[in-house]
Ligand binder design. Structure first.
Ligand code: FDP
Length: 340
């Protein structure tokens, strides 16, 4: 019997499909010497729910899952059916996995105790971001943050398990349901992006070690609210125009953030009269993207303070957000008035 060592094919007849998310997660597990594999499993659970939500969003126009659900969430916003569906999908995946003890979701008034007190992790999630774009076939997303609980596994969930600053995140990511579906995440060792291959039902590594450009020429802001902006903010946006920067605003935070992360740019959602504390939610929107931004060499602030250092005091706390290329965020910040 002849035994030969495996020689990878050189013919080019069957191109390599690349590294799957699963394999990548497994390879990276060794970055964490004492990891027991639970965080890896948790990321896989999120990826599974993302695939299901991707399926739902792509057939939204065909099935009866578009439009309003008929209820208002804790933010006072009308829930769309797909908001509710995505929430159910992620809750289900996270509760079945066994690694998570509690979830904070945009769609739930309170913290949801999964009655799985042995779970080490707490997840904060916006299951479907950019809801106003669902029915018009424009990119939407999912945003998630993962924290290690502070109290010992096995004990009841406490406020200190939930109300943690963004600096305490052990992982964060987003899924973009766009012209292709992507999952981008960090565990604090750089940022990697995976594109969903529909026919194989797998995410493949497509954007390894994402590095955000230090500067850019795109600004993303809802200019319809400009009469509510403080003077410094108005001057910054005027400067963007004087410099002939491109205005790009989709109105789905994930999509606007993702574009600026790859191309260089800044996303801004300031305090307005309608939303004096800003519109975006600290726990399940700003923190995750701020962590990813910093890991990719970009920056995120509320105008005066690093987003990741804000200590949350309420579950659905809002924050102004300036996020994107470092030089742009620093410059925008320099235009804003400092608190007395
Ligand atoms: P939406 O309310 O549609 O879910 O998360 C809030 C968010 O979208 C962001 O995704 C988006 O960037 C922003 O709000 C859009 O707000 P405006 O409509 O006020 O511009």
């Amino acid at each position: 019997m002849k035994i030969l060592p495996y020689a990878p094919d050189q013919s080019g007849l069957a191109y390599s499909v690349g590294t799957t998310l699963d394999r990548f997660i497994k390879l990276k597990q060794s970055d964490f010497p004492f990891a027991s594999g639970e965080l890896s499993q948790l990321l896989r659970d999120i990826a599974l729910a993302a695939k299901i939500v991707n399926r739902e969003t792509t057939r939204a126009g065909l099935s009866n899952i578009g439009g309003a659900f008929g209820q208002v969430n804790v933010q006072g916003e009308e829930q769309q059916k797909l908001d509710v569906i995505a929430n159910i999908r992620f809750m289900r995946a996270l509760s079945k996995g066994g690694e998570v003890c509690a979830i904070v979701s945009e769609e739930e008034d309170s913290v949801i105790d999964l009655k799985n007190s042995s779970g080490k992790y707490v997840v904060a999630i916006d299951p479907l971001d950019g809801s106003s774009n669902i029915d018009v076939n424009i990119s939407i997303g999912t945003i998630f943050s993962i924290y290690r609980r502070r109290t010992p596994a096995g004990s009841p969930i406490q406020e200190k398990d939930i109300m943690q600053a963004g600096t305490e995140q052990v992982a964060a990511g987003y899924v973009l349901y766009g012209s292709s579906t992507m999952l981008v995440y960090t565990t604090g060792r750089g940022v990697n992006g995976f594109t969903y291959e529909q026919s194989l039902g797998e995410f493949f590594l497509s954007h390894p070690d994402i590095q955000a450009p230090k500067n850019g020429e795109i600004y993303s802001v809802n200019e319809g609210t400009q009469h509510d902006w403080e003077e410094g903010f108005k001057s910054y946006i005027n400067q963007c125009k004087e410099r002939r920067y491109s205005a790009r605003y989709i109105g789905s935070l994930v999509a606007d953030f993702h574009r600026n992360l790859l191309k260089g740019g800044i996303y801004l959602y300031p305090a307005t009269k309608k939303n004096p504390a800003g519109k975006l939610r600290l726990l399940y929107e700003a923190n995750a993207l701020a962590y990813i931004a910093e890991q990719a060499g970009a920056m995120a602030t509320d105008g005066t303070q690093r987003i990741l250092e804000i200590l949350p005091t309420t579950l659905h706390q809002r924050t102004p957000l300036l996020i994107g290329s470092q030089e742009m965020v620093k410059e925008a910040e320099s235009f804003l008035s400092k608190p007395a």
